[in-house]
Design a protein around this ligand. Structure first.
Ligand code: NAD
Length: 323
């Protein structure tokens, strides 16, 4: 099968030398986290994503209790292209059974992930939601263990993920420069919460690549709304519902406005959006290509921002850290 790779912009990821498609494929929905997804839909979504120029795929052993990694592995294998044509990140330390950031567990974890993904290496291995662990353990034990995995060729780069932004500076201020290559932040650079913006100059100064996940605020900024388990307050949920209804009334799609908002900041290497159907892949890629051609729909964005002002930057508690 030929893959034309149209004009989806590639952006450098910090000092890694990797170039990620500005839209990344978040594979948590392939773990049926947002509702059931068939194997056929999972594989077709991955194929369509790659065909349209998405080269970055993110998963975790936590998503769907390892189902996401297995589905993504099948989808990537079905592409039948050389391994260096796509970039894969998975995570360690968070599992359906709970958190474990010990050196022993994360060292075992990568072998399990590689088997499920049917890969020899991943490009990025990230400590998953570090605010639920001891940050000093992350600095002194987990990251040194990941450095050994790097030397062993099982991973190329090291990352950390979390919701509270303070966890990133805590770790990055304490590890040797160049040790942590990437951070993955989520729900912090979307229309309702843009607090990641304040951290971008610091991350740039350290040469750390920035992946911004959940541009649709884990479903808040979609016409269908969020899943049952979404942790936002009722106030935040109803403000986003009102914004989505406003867009629909106007003949616009809030998800497109939200994607274009996140994509507009070029200090973010990849906007990682969760997708589980060919249609969503096509819509999200179109949001990027239309943005590059025509620019943002500033009028609708301003109207949505006005609706969301009362809940702007409202978040929810996550983890055991205070920051
Ligand atoms: P998201 O904001 O990307 O929203 C995903 C939801 O929106 C899903 O229900 C999806 O089906 C739906 N959707 C996608 N495109 C759509 C469209 N065009 N129209 C309508 N609905 C659409 O949230 P997410 O999936 O949680 O985040 C994206 C990815 O980022 C995840 O899959 C995961 O890979 C990563 N992530 C990582 C962390 C972490 O490391 N702690 C946290 C959150 C997300």
């Amino acid at each position: 099968m030929a893959y034309p790779h149209p004009n989806l912009e590639l952006r450098p990821l910090g000092n890694t030398g990797l170039k990620l498609s500005c839209v990344g494929f978040g594979a948590s929905p392939l773990g049926s986290v947002f509702g059931p997804v068939s194997e056929h839909d999972a594989i077709s979504s991955v194929r369509e994503a790659f065909r349209l120029g998405i080269n970055f795929f993110d998963t975790s052993p936590y998503y769907g209790g390892t189902l996401s990694e297995k589905m993504l592995g099948q989808g990537l294998k079905a592409l039948g292209v050389p391994r260096n044509q796509y970039i894969v990140s998975t995570k360690c330390g968070r599992y359906v059974e709970g958190f474990d950031f010990s050196a022993e567990r994360v060292t075992k974890s990568i072998d399990e992930s590689l088997a499920r993904l049917q890969l020899d290496y991943v490009d990025i291995l990230q400590c998953h939601d570090i605010e639920f662990g001891s940050l000093d353990q992350i600095v002194n034990e987990t990251i040194p263990a990941l450095r050994k995995l790097k030397e062993a060729g099982k991973i190329r780069f090291i990352g950390i993920t979390g919701l509270p932004l303070g966890v990133f500076t805590y770790v990055l201020d304490r590890v040797p420069p160049g040790t942590v290559d990437v951070i993955l932040s989520y729900c912090r650079y979307s229309i309702n919460d843009s607090t990641l913006a304040d951290l971008l100059p610091y991350l740039k100064s350290k040469g750390v690549g920035v992946i911004s996940a959940s541009p649709l605020a884990m479903g808040l900024l979609t016409e269908n709304g969020p899943p049952e388990w979404h942790p936002a307050s009722p106030e935040l949920k109803s403000a986003c519902e009102a914004a989505a209804a406003f867009c629909k009334e106007k003949g616009k799609n809030i998800s497109k406005i939200a994607m274009q908002y996140s994509l507009s900041n070029k200090d973010i290497s990849s906007v990682l959006v969760g997708m589980n159907s060919v249609r969503q892949v096509e819509e999200n890629v179109s949001a990027a290509t239309e943005l590059a051609t025509f620019g943002k729909d500033q009028e609708t964005l301003s109207e949505v921002e006005a609706i969301l002002i009362p809940v702007k930057n409202q978040t929810w508690p996550s983890g055991i850290q205070q920051s």
